[in-house]
Design a protein around this ligand. Structure first.
Ligand code: DGT
Ligand code: CA
Ligand code: CA
Length: 601
């Protein structure tokens, strides 16, 4: 069992315990443990195997250590079984809906006998949720929206979660006898923020069967749907479906290209092939046999890859297909990076030799959005500074919340000045990195900023963001944000859409107008690297680049290990075609200073 699964199980336990009315201290202990487990950079499993004492980890006592061992040994948790005998397990799902949480879930269950999402929807629609004390109309509407979001995203996994489910499987597969190449294709390879399933490709020496057997024997497999010679299909315990295809060497590149997609990109490539008298399939590049010419193009959208496979278009003379380069070469194109393969202009750009040089992690010189113990972060200014220096950054900004965000213990002008003393101390103590005084200033309902100008003037970097009244209509929200962008001291608009993937849809805003205003007022927009947020979307980024709006990729870290979210943010940035030149925090210290002071005379 992986850390992420252990965390999920313990979180479920905490949610259910809270619904059952257990002691709040006990619940908090479980939640702290969840945070610890999620923050670990090593598998707990390894630690236990190495005989390490888990109680030495922060927030893990004897009980929790025992629970974790039980999960690792049996895959189950006796206590969870006991709790679910009293509290229906489905209620834990309700607590994940935006605007519900354990307290409300408990009330819904006790007063209205709501257990499932369907129950909840029925009760909301019947008007009974709005009537419950502590709910009201507004809350009921919000819940209904959360239910719709939940439905829409059911079955799609955050990329970040999928990576963690997948890694142990890849380790396992690499040990299979005869495996020569193993690659993840599909939306995962294209760097998408969510994935429906995982598509694996393997190149095998000799027989495929033993590799397939090894695949389905992976301990994390919950269900085997299919296990043939060349194709296997399983569902992992986490619910993640994984397909494995074993392909011959001569077809490897063609298969990799085909199963990487996107479908829309593939369709375009095949059209180009046709124009050249060729056929590209997952088996390779073929010259169309004469008797076939003029035949109708095969229906590309007819079905999944399985059907295509049955059609088995291998007739004609094989020209190539062992590598992806050969596939692109056959249609007179250079190799196109998978993150761009969405048929959004990449083929035309490749044709003109104008593909972007996508921004890379090594080019990032600083992180400009993070929280500390001064608001809702876990670590001190100094600890965050040391962690940033360790990552090799030249600069960083401490950007806690401002006062209006009371749930996050936002800073008043008095407290922010207090914080500056601590920043000064960190500047003394941590050498080799420039530490900026920043703040994530709330954009109030009317578009004004949550801190007075004299304070903003003394900040090195002003971030602005919407944290409340997200249900405003598009016109009002757009006006509100444009008002904030016009403030002469604003540097960066952070998490510009407010979405939480699979949990909360972006608020309604005219992004085109926002990007134009950002350009006009020389405000950068943030590509928030938190894997749950990842706003902006790829199309927004593409548009920002087109308009010449500067982008910042930052992590919004609330603890040191979140600083590693940078890579997720860059995946998304690359999907938006960004190059280093589009991203402000690739600038070296001097150039960044020049940018940072552009409005500060
Ligand atoms: P996902 O899994 O929903 O996140 O998205 P993908 O892109 O991984 O899609 P998936 O798993 O259904 O299929 C993997 C790749 O196989 C897909 O990106 C392109 C290719 N493919 C699947 N079905 C078709 C099809 O009907 N026509 C063509 N040309 N390609 C297909
Ligand atoms: Ca897929
Ligand atoms: Ca698939």
């Amino acid at each position: 069992m992986e850390n992420i699964e252990i965390g999920e199980r313990l979180e479920e336990l905490a949610d259910l315990l809270e619904i059952s009315g257990a002691n709040p201290f006990r619940i908090r202990a479980y939640r702290n443990a969840v945070r610890t487990i999620r923050g670990l950079t090593r598998p707990v499993k390894q630690m236990v195997e190495a005989g390490e004492d888990l109680t030495e980890l922060p927030g893990i006592g004897k009980d929790l250590s025992a629970h974790i061992r039980e999960l690792l040994e049996t895959g189950e948790l006796e206590l969870l079984k006991e709790v679910t005998a009293e509290v229906p397990r489905e209620l834990a799902i309700l607590t994940r809906l935006d605007g519900v949480g354990p307290k409300k879930a408990k009330k819904l269950w006790e007063e209205l006998e709501v257990v499932t999402v369907d129950d909840l929807e029925r009760e909301v629609e019947a008007g009974r949720v709005a009537e419950l004390s502590g709910f009201g109309e507004k809350s009921a509407t919000k819940i209904l929206r959360a239910i719709q979001d939940h439905r829409k995203h059911q079955g799609r996994f955050l990329r970040h979660a999928a990576i963690q489910y997948l890694e142990p499987l890849l380790d396992h597969l690499e040990k299979a006898k005869g495996i020569r190449c193993l690659e993840v294709a599909g939306s995962y390879r294209r760097g998408k923020e969510t994935v429906g399933d995982i598509d694996l490709l393997a190149l095998v020496e000799g027989e495929g069967k033993p590799v397939m057997e090894h695949f389905i024997a992976f301990p994390g497999v919950d269900r085997v749907d299919m296990a043939g010679e060349t194709r296997g299909s399983v569902v992992l315990r986490s619910g993640l479906p994984v397909d494995l295809r074993i392909v011959p060497e001569e077809s490897y590149g063609a298969a990799l290209h085909y199963f990487t997609g996107s479908k829309e990109h593939n369709v375009e490539i095949r059209k180009r092939a046709q124009e050249r008298g060729l056929r590209i399939s997952e088996y390779g590049v073929f010259r169309v046999a004469e008797e076939e010419e003029g035949e109708e193009a095969r229906e590309e959208d007819a079905g999944g890859p399985e059907e295509v496979q049955e059609a088995g278009p291998q007739s004609g003379e094989r020209l190539s297909g062992a590598t992806e380069e050969e596939v692109f070469q056959a249609v007179d194109l250079p190799w196109i990076p998978p993150v761009l393969r969405e048929n959004q202009g990449e083929i035309q750009a490749a044709e003109k030799d104008a593909l972007p040089e996508l921004v890379a992690l090594e080019e990032i010189r600083g992180d400009l959005h993070m929280h500390t113990t001064w608001s809702d972060g876990r670590d001190s200014v100094r600890v965050m500074a040391e962690a940033c220096r360790e990552r090799g950054y030249a600069y960083m900004a401490i950007t806690d919340h401002s006062q209006a965000v009371t749930v996050a213990n936002g800073l008043t002008p008095e407290r922010i000045r207090e914080q500056w003393k601590e920043i000064d101390e960190a500047r003394e103590a941590v050498e080799g990195i420039r530490i900026y005084r920043g703040c994530e200033v709330d954009i109030l309902k009317d578009g004004s900023l949550d801190l007075p100008d004299p304070v903003l003037e003394e900040l090195d970097l002003v971030l602005v963001a919407v944290h409340s009244h997200m249900e405003m209509d598009e016109a009002a929200m757009t006006r509100r944000i444009l008002e904030a962008l016009a403030h002469p001291l604003v540097d960066i608009l952070v998490h510009p859409t407010g979405r939480l993937i699979n949990r909360r849809e972006p608020y309604s805003v005219d992004m085109e107008a926002v990007l134009h205003a950002a350009k006009e007022h020389d405000v950068a927009v943030e590509m928030n690297a938190n894997p749950q947020r990842l706003d902006l979307h790829d199309r927004h980024l593409f548009r920002a680049r087109e308009l010449g709006v500067r982008v910042v990729v930052s992590t919004d870290a609330h603890r040191t290990d979140h600083l590693s979210f940078m890579e997720s943010g860059l995946d998304q940035a690359r999907r938006g075609w960004l190059e280093a030149g589009d991203v402000v925090n690739t600038l070296g210290l001097d150039a960044f200073e020049a940018w940072r002071t552009r409005k500060r005379g």
